[in-house]
Design a protein around this ligand. Structure first.
Ligand code: PLP
Length: 430
């Protein structure tokens, strides 16, 4: 494939935009380098780069694009908003309409508030939990990404339950000291951490189905135990459903597992591709938020008519019959096809999948927590990534990311992808 125009644009970008990208994950650092492909336009499950190459898209813009590119219903909603004014700085009826839609899909949202990003939504839930409980510490699961605000850019390192150390320069150690990190799917370590720090713990922050070290499901009963242990200690439970809300069912992961958090943060899908975040939860907790309570959060663009209209239109598409059944059916076909091709080539992989989202890990039997995902073979993934790109299959450039199917992917796309994977695996054995 010819990537010369992408390369020229990237050389230019490097002169003007730090690192050439506006979000670090778009650079190809996680796949041994290379020039990020510059996309020109998209339609449905496909996009085309600036050199005219066509791809089947499994990046899905890191999750929001579940209805494919340029979906006519969403495009119409955005275009109407553009014509009538994209921002007023006053409340609009669209905000009520969208809030009601979210509440009826996710009953734990007694009250909601819109933000501009998932980061803002999660950040505010943490602030509100601290305001409500009068406590400072939070506990999270290692490898889970919750956005880029200070408190959550903290990992535990190798210790199973340790005081956090910052993952990024510029985060004070004093902030990291209020963050405890424990392995996902490890109830015992969570319990021990809560025995030690529970009376200082404002909240536990949970991705109920992990999307950030690949797709990792909770063990049976894990989420319920986490809820019970947290509540026994007087701590709140915050679900970060920025990836999971409306992805596997019309609703959320909490609905799938029948466990109710105190607060939930959302983003990605609920904006239909425009910037958005939202958080909500129990009324008495949400009443901590200004103007009713002392916890401050605001936003010039929050609840803007364009994002509201786009999000409403996206959820309307997801309400159509058999959307999730079809994502699951195609996801299963893709999973089985990839496993079969890898086995034919003698390449050891494992696949984690939930509905239309999956992750292919190289050199592992199974992945149930971050350490196991981290131990998977990144060099093999990098090779696979570049080979698939050459075959016209666009994946996220990291072994930790998921492949996202959309409502626009077809059986033909899945067949083509399986065939491409077969070629890639064969090339990896040469
Ligand atoms: N929470 C989770 C689970 C995420 O995956 C992400 C982004 O990938 C975020 C929060 C942050 O969302 P945003 O990038 O919209 O700020």
């Amino acid at each position: 494939m010819n990537f010369s125009t992408s390369k020229a644009l990237h050389d230019e970008a490097l002169n003007h935009i730090v690192g050439g990208v506006n979000s670090p994950s778009r650079a190809y650092k996680g796949v041994g380098g290379g020039t990020p492909v510059y996309m020109d336009h998209g339609k449905g499950a496909y996009f085309w780069d600036v050199d005219g190459n066509q791809y089947i898209d499994y990046l899905g813009a890191y999750g929001p694009i579940i209805t494919g590119h340029g979906h006519p219903h969403i495009a119409e909603a955005i275009s109407n908003a553009a014509k009538t004014g994209v921002l007023y700085g006053t409340p609009t009826k669209l905000e009520n309409q969208f809030a009601k839609m979210l509440k009826s899909a996710i009953p734990s949202l007694e009250k909601v508030r819109f933000t501009n990003s998932g980061t803002e939504a999660v950040m505010t839930t943490v602030r509100v939990a601290r305001a409500y409980t009068g406590r400072n510490k939070i506990i999270k699961f290692s490898g889970s990404y919750h956005g880029h605000f200070d408190s959550v850019l903290v990992e535990a390192g190798s210790g199973p339950a340790t005081l956090g150390t910052p993952d990024s320069a510029g985060i004070p150690q004093s902030v990291a000291e209020d963050v405890i990190t424990v392995p996902f799917n490890d109830t015992d370590t969570f319990q021990k951490a809560m025995e030690r720090w529970g009376d200082e713990m404002a909240a536990v922050l949970v991705e109920p189905i992990v999307g950030n070290f690949g797709i990792v499901k909770p063990h049976d009963g894990f989420l319920k135990r986490v809820n019970d242990i947290a509540h026994d200690a007087g701590s709140l439970v915050i679900y970060d459903e920025v990836i999971t809300a409306f992805r596997f069912t019309y609703g959320s992961a909490q609905q799938i597992y029948g466990v109710t958090p105190d607060m939930t943060a959302m983003g990605k899908i609920i904006g239909g591709g425009l910037p958005i975040g939202a958080y909500g939860g129990r009324q008495d907790i949400m009443e901590q938020v200004a103007p009713l309570g002392p916890a401050y959060q605001s936003g010039t663009m929050a609840g803007n008519p364009a994002s509201m209209a786009s999000g409403i239109a996206c959820l309307e598409v997801l309400q159509e019959p058999r959307v999730y059944e079809e994502l699951d059916r195609l996801g299963e076909r893709l999973e089985n096809g990839i496993l079969e091709k890898a086995s034919e080539a003698g390449i050891p992989i494992s696949v984690n999948r939930m509905c239309g989202a999956l992750t292919v890990y190289f050199g592992t039997d199974s992945v149930e927590n971050y350490d196991e995902a981290d131990a998977s073979d990144g060099d093999a993934f990098a090779r696979f990534f570049h080979l698939m790109l050459e075959e016209g299959i666009n994946l996220a450039p990291s072994k930790f990311e998921a492949w996202f199917l959309t409502t626009e992917h077809t059986d033909e796309d899945i067949n083509a992808t399986i065939e491409a994977a077969g070629k890639a695996f064969a090339a990896m054995t040469e």
